[in-house]
Design a protein around this ligand. Structure first.
Ligand code: SF4
Length: 303
């Protein structure tokens, strides 16, 4: 059955000149058929550089939107329209307008995990791979930053800027539930393992880590570290990629329940259907897309 889907997807891809981009958190079966698997920054770069006519984006809504913003003349498909990031939903355009009025003159840096109408109001976008670098490059001493409070704290510790988080308590439910106790239990079971976590984790967990990085930064760290056992503090889909790329090393999730249900919605069957029907299409209103593209391209120039 799986083999049938895979061969059908391959032939549809050729027929339609399509590329499949997948985030590190999607199911292993999707990572296997993707042309590229990576984090938000890498996927945005891929989306910008591809010469395919169709992009099948196996990730959540804001990622597919970003691909569409960077390629307004291409067809961007998302296999399951229900793949909506709850963190991105936490920031409303109105909150951002209010913050801009309250902190007049402060630059606005938004995590890529935001919807296009918010990105259109930003001076620059960032990802977890480049957030401190992007924020430090802003002209103002105070920077409005959203929506993830944990990432905001990570950035504030690494830059000279005063950070105003918007909204006050934005978070990723998948990362926020990884606790310091989970790390302690993991370290007890695997005392020789290094702790590698994502900056969307709470500060207490970040402070216990040997490395804090974006998902692709985590892969790089594990590949160059002398250690061969790691406790991984992020969505568990990354473990599939780590085990595939570094089979000689051992990886343990800090929390087995760190699962993003929205990322798991894409299946081989849905990818095949999306390619066959060329639906569902993700498109962004031209005016909003043009404004958001400036903020995304500024990030790509800065990092
Ligand atoms: S892991 Fe968190 S931030 Fe990433 S898509 Fe899922 S809910 Fe959103």
């Amino acid at each position: 059955m799986v083999r049938n889907f895979v061969s059908r997807i391959r032939s549809l891809k050729r027929e339609k000149n399509a590329v499949i981009l997948a985030h590190n958190y999607v199911r292993g079966e999707i990572q296997n058929i993707a042309d590229f698997v990576g984090d938000s920054l890498e996927l945005a770069r891929c989306a910008m550089e591809t010469d395919s006519d169709v992009i099948v984006f196996c990730g959540v809504d804001f990622m597919a939107e970003t691909a569409s913003i960077l390629n307004p003349d291409k067809k961007v498909l998302i296999p399951d329209l229900g793949s909506i990031c709850p963190m991105a939903q936490m920031l409303a355009r109105e909150d951002l307008i209010e913050a801009k009025e309250a902190y007049h003159g402060a630059d606005v840096v938004l995590y890529i995990n935001t919807l296009a109408d918010c990105k259109a109001l930003a001076d620059c976008v960032c990802t977890s791979a480049n957030a401190p670098e992007v924020v430090e490059a802003m002209k103002s001493d105070t920077v409005i930053f959203g929506p993830d409070l944990n990432l905001a704290r990570f950035v504030e510790k690494r830059t000279s800027k005063k950070i105003i988080p918007v909204p006050e308590y934005g978070l990723c439910p998948t990362h926020h539930q990884i606790s310091a106790d989970d790390v302690l239990v993991g370290k007890k079971k695997h005392p020789g393992a290094e702790v590698v976590v994502h900056p969307e984790c709470v500060l207490e967990v970040q402070e216990m880590a040997d490395c804090i990085a974006s998902t692709s930064g985590m892969v790089r760290y594990c590949s160059i570290s002398d250690v061969d056992e790691f406790l991984i503090g992020t969505e568990i889909g990354l473990i599939y990629r780590l085990e595939r790329e570094l089979p000689e090393k051992q990886f343990y999730p800090v929390s087995e329940s760190a699962v993003c249900p929205q990322m798991k919605m894409h299946t081989l069957k849905k990818v095949e259907m999306a390619l066959e029907l060329e639906r569902p299409i993700v498109a962004v209103q031209r005016e909003i897309g043009d404004a958001a593209r400036e903020a995304i391209e500024r990030m790509l120039r800065l990092s």
